[in-house]
Design a protein around this ligand. Structure first.
Ligand code: SF4
Length: 72
């Protein structure tokens, strides 16, 4: 598994989100250091750009990511 190329600047990976979930370390393993292409933050960032990624969006919220992308 490859690391996400956004690791260094990602507010989730760097614990800078306001309400980090208790399962944050598991998400980091599963998404940031694993299937990063399935991460909601990564998907929105790639589709729309960094400024469109909500500060509250967690990696596992892929359905919400799809909605955000649909709305543009
Ligand atoms: S996988 Fe998602 S949460 Fe993790 S570093 Fe990449 S963009 Fe950030």
């Amino acid at each position: 598994m490859a690391d996400c190329k956004k690791l260094e600047t990602c507010i989730f990976f760097n614990d800078r989100m306001q309400n980090m979930p208790a399962v944050a370390d598991i998400y980091k393993q599963n998404f940031c250091r694993g299937d990063f292409f399935k991460c909601a933050r990564f998907v929105v960032l790639e589709a729309l750009g960094r400024e469109k990624v909500p500060s509250t969006l967690f990696p596992n919220q892929i359905e919400l990511a799809s909605e955000i992308i649909r709305k543009g």
